[in-house]
Write a protein that binds this ligand. Structure first.
Ligand code: DX5
Ligand code: ZN
Length: 223
């Protein structure tokens, strides 16, 4: 099985030492950074906006994958593009004119991602999956880090993997929420090839370096 790509979520980082933490995950072998944008409307929590993205983009060359958990994301696509996002992931539940939103992201020259919540069926992806570079299956309900992985999302991961392969797409399949060295192998076995992890990286008792390694190679990386 191919080694998954690792996208540490900065939501779990120490914001007072953000620059240092970014350098640390980069050195540990992170493939990209996952930026969780929350507006207090689409999800109950508020995180950070384009200014933080812009600062982070100055200290790293890692791609900034930007997960927009915001109501009517169209209003902010350009702002995040200007701030240095490499890809924009919008929720199928939050983008009413999803097809148009995806076209706009593409026209900004960014990679196109679509996320679905645990209670959203994979069928919503069918009309637009061929427009995407990445599909994100939420493995918790979005809004907070440190939640428990929802086992029932495994079958959705497998369904989307099957569809991507059937269509011969290069679309990446990402999982987000409750990913740690125990849950990661299940998500990868079901077909995920990009793992987002917040607490399992920045809150790991083994330290950031080892934490990234344990997610990439969970078999050899027993605790
Ligand atoms: C949740 C966010 C996640 C979060 C993951 O709404 O989308 O990216 O940071 O955190 P962990 O890995 O701690 O579940
Ligand atoms: Zn996220």
């Amino acid at each position: 099985m191919q080694e998954p790509k690792i996208a540490p979520s900065l939501l779990a980082a120490d914001f007072a030492r953000l620059g240092e933490q970014v350098l640390e995950v980069a050195k540990a072998g992170a493939d990209r950074l996952h930026m969780d944008i929350m507006d207090g409307m689409f999800v109950p929590n508020i995180s950070f906006g384009p200014l933080v993205l812009q600062s982070v983009s100055k200290v790293t060359t890692l791609p900034l994958e930007t997960h927009l958990m915001i109501h009517e994301p169209d209003r902010y696509l350009e702002d995040f593009a200007k701030a240095g996002a490499s890809s924009l992931i919008v929720h199928a539940e939050g983008a009413i004119h999803l097809h148009r939103t995806l076209e706009r992201i593409r026209s900004l020259g960014l990679k196109v991602g679509v996320a679905i919540n645990p209670a959203t069926p994979v069928s919503v992806l069918e009309p637009i999956i061929d427009m995407t570079d990445l599909v994100l299956i939420m493995t918790v309900n979005p809004g907070f880090g440190g939640q428990k992985f929802l086992e029932r999302t495994i079958s959705k991961i497998a369904d989307v993997r099957k569809r991507i392969d059937q269509l011969g797409l290069n679309t990446e399949l990402e999982v987000d929420g409750g990913i740690d060295p125990k849950t990661a192998p299940h998500a990868v076995a079901a077909g995920a090839n990009v793992l987002v992890a917040g607490s399992a990286v920045f809150g790991s008792p083994h330290g950031i370096f080892r934490a990234v390694e344990m997610l990439k190679r969970p078999v050899g990386g027993s605790q």
